[in-house]
Design a protein around this ligand. Sequence first.
Ligand code: B12
Ligand code: SF4
Length: 497
Amino acid sequence: MTISIFLMGIVREQKLKRLTAKYHRERIYLVQAPLTATRITKTEENIMSDISIINASQVEHSQGAIPVGPLLITAVLEANGYSVRFKDYQTYQAQKKLGFDTFHGFIEVPERIVGISAISSDLPTTLGAVAQLKNEHPDKIIILGGPGPTDIPVEILEHFPVDIVVVGEGEETILDVMQALDTGRSLEKIDGIAYREHDHTILTPRRRRIQDLDSLPFPAYDKIEFRDYDYVGGVMTIRGCPYRCTFCSAHSVWEREITQRSVGNVIGELQILKEKKVKNMFIYDDTFVIDPKRVVHFAEQLHEERIDIPWTCYGRINLMTPELLEVMGKNGCREILYGIESGSNNVLKKVNKKFTIEEASRVIEKTTHYTDVETSYIWGYPFETLEDFYDTLMAVFQQANMPHVKPRLALLSPLPKSTIYMEYKAHIKFPNDPEIAHRLGFLLGREKLLQYSEVVALVKKYPELFPSFYYFSHDLLQQKLELFKNMEQNMLRAQES
Ligand code: B12
Ligand code: SF4
């Protein structure tokens, strides 16, 4: 993100002193408690830590994934002497999970400082619950991080009682923030945050990306039980993506710069996952295949080190070669996910995919010789004609009939600050109709969301903060929906016969 609102010349000291003085009172209590840098274990649930790190992901447990980002933040804090309570909302079994009250109950922890990780779809429930928490405990310090808050740090601070938003890559920033709170230093010199000062919101410059990713600790795996994640691991080996697909917001956290861990470092982490009896793993990289030589080296090392955990990763049509596919397939890769996004070359060009549907079809077919394939498509682009949409339906239909290929089709839900949102934001519309709502994305169970009137009210109040709960309204939408439903019925009939 290039926006940098840096409000200079604002008197910040008073508020900060108030904030830190309160914090210091707490620290004195903590020292008397006595709690220094001791790590919380699962049997010490009532002991207060220096900070709580909470993963706000509201997906159901069965659809969840290892929360690598917040676990890395936890590991870095612990490596620097802070004690951390870690909680993952994905693993929390509760009724009405999207409700403010339920999440409020979950984040009502003894710690004074609460760090919450969220993506854009987690934000309404998170912010509604944070408002409740701050209302009851105004002295708590709430720090938000992750892709969701990174997209809209200033907007969040302007409308919600959050104290600090960590923008982008978080490992160095969280340490600076904690040290500032510890010592009473001002936050103004910390790059990569937004915070409030009197009536002003201050966004500091972006922090330089971490160059040596091998210097980071591994995620704090001892804070989770792998059985809660069905023994499916998640690993990030490369950060960032150089492409510019117009609907995506990968660049908001990583900007355009790519940084890589060494293969040896990744293998070290996989040894731990092997010890934890992980039976499948997902490589979270947006561009795992960007450097074919590295992929080959990785595959060889898996073989050499006898790491036999089957894995899944994202591919990119224009980067795949038969040689690469063969090496991946022969070394444990069981599935490759391709974001195809449309069956129409007109749309592919407009969204900047850098490949054609013909190329995609060839690569998908080749890939099935070595691994399974999941393809994902989007419909409902404001510029998509009926013909374009028909081409997408045809591509999906054909792939649904191919062995080893699983296509998915979702209605476009615009991510904040994505190019397409910025261009067409005047056209977003809230999906009051459940027929439309449940086609947006695949995980939130959006039709269920309509039952949460408080969440819906918040999303409707701040469309610019929560655009991913909307769709682009356009003349052809109803006709496309009818075509879509026809195709679904045809597919069902084909399956039954
Ligand atoms: C694994 C994953 C999931 C998992 C959830 C994992 C989880 N959060 O618990 C599952 C499969 C459930 C999932 C689902 C979805 N996902 Co997803 N997912 C990912 C993926 C592939 C990896 C995430 C990860 O672990 N990254 C590695 C870590 C290191 O990065 P990180 O989490 O960003 O953490 C860093 C910083 O953000 C920051 N940070 C993070 N948390 C915190 C907390 C604090 C306190 C601080 C200080 C800092 C901090 O520091 C970290 C280290 O530098 C990313 C893509 C990617 N490559 O990141 C997409 C991504 C997060 N997903 C995305 C989306 C859009 C979705 C869906 C909405 C897709 C859909 N249409 O259904 C769903 C919605 C889920 C829902 N809540 O309903 C987007 C989010 C965009 C946005 N602006 O919010 C991403 C970025 C993909 C993309 N390029 O667009 N996803
Ligand atoms: S969709 Fe994939 S390739 Fe395109 S910008 Fe996002 S992460 Fe990169």
